[in-house]
Design a binder for this molecule. Structure first.
Ligand SMILES: Cc1cc2nc3c(=O)[nH]c(=O)nc-3n(C[C@H](O)[C@H](O)[C@H](O)COP(=O)(O)O)c2cc1C
Length: 280
């Protein structure tokens, strides 16, 4: 199920412009008398009316305090006060008003959240994380991630990939030292996970293992956890340390933890550059 909230507006054009131009929401559906705008999982509908619905609060939440501060700089003139921490709700927030007087709240939660990002947003903002908080990953969260990983595709549904969580510091350091600066991020996280594939169960161990690994990374990201693909870990010394049979495939050994810093999106080509319209 999904849904949205509708608000009556006396000045639909200005309202639409404010949410689209100033707050960067996209026009999701134009119904002429109603405009529905969207960002992430937030859908807001504004409809022509004789009065303005200004009850309630429209809350935008962000992943970091820095993002809330950026919004404050942008909306200083509309803000009621500077951002501050609310100990009771464990949020960092400030309030402002939209052009018709609706209350807007900009905040970030100061604690971990269950997954809320979906589909496109999740795919577009996943990053390779190389700096982590020291805090460990809860068993329960890890269990939820592995539960979702059951649904990765595999060749002929072989279900041939498997995960090895690594919490032993000596083993983590060993993994981090395998490939110099390429594998160094492993030591920055409180734990690591090796994603492997049993070649006796599938004719496509590389594909199954790699897809299983990416499924794991995306699911971890949905839970607010960072990962980083570390390449060329399909090595004898790694397998020996992990007790993985020589013939099995090690897709990657990824660090896993809450990001200390999420890097900016590295430059990406435009979509059309990825699509070859003619075969040369
Ligand atoms: C096949 C593959 C191998 C990679 N190997 C490494 C690696 O050995 N060490 C590392 O720090 N990052 C590695 N990465 C992460 C890339 O550097 C990263 O995906 C790329 O710079 C784009 O950044 P993003 O993931 O944040 O979008 C690898 C990624 C892929 C897909």
């Amino acid at each position: 199920m999904t849904g949205m909230n509708f608000f009556r507006s006396k000045d639909l054009e200005t309202t639409k412009e404010f949410y689209m131009e100033e707050l960067d929401l996209d026009l999701w559906l134009d119904q002429d008398k109603c405009k529905i705008v969207k960002d992430g999982n937030l859908l807001l509908g504004f409809c022509e009316g004789e009065t303005v619905d200004e009850g309630g609060t429209i809350t935008f939440f962000y992943r970091t305090k820095e993002e809330v501060d950026e919004m404050y700089e942008k909306f200083k003139d509309r803000a009621r006060e500077e951002p501050s921490e609310n100990d009771f709700f464990q949020v960092y927030q400030f309030f402002a008003e939209d052009p018709e007087g609706r209350v807007l709240e900009f905040q970030t939660f100061l604690h971990h959240l269950d997954p809320y990002m979906e589909g496109i947003e999740l795919l577009e903002n996943r990053r390779s994380v190389r700096e982590y908080e020291g805090e460990g990953v809860d068993e329960e969260v890890l269990g939820k991630i592995f539960e979702t990983c059951r649904f990765a595709p595999t060749s002929m549904n072989s279900q041939s990939y498997y995960f090895i969580p690594i919490e032993d510091r000596d083993v983590i350091e060993f993994m981090a030292e395998r490939r110099g600066s390429n594998s160094a991020p492993i030591a920055e996280a409180p734990m690591a996970v090796a994603i492997c594939c049993d070649n006796e169960k599938t004719g496509r161990p590389k594909q199954d293992g790699d897809i299983g690994a990416y499924h794991f990374m995306l699911t971890a990201w949905a839970h607010g956890l960072g990962t980083c693909w570390i390449a060329a870990m399909d090595r004898d010394d790694v397998k020996e340390k992990l007790g993985v049979p020589e013939e099995h495939y090690v897709a990657t050994v990824t660090p896993l933890g809450y990001p200390k810093k999420v890097p900016e999106t590295p430059e990406r080509k435009e979509a059309e550059e990825y699509v070859k319209k003619t075969i040369e």
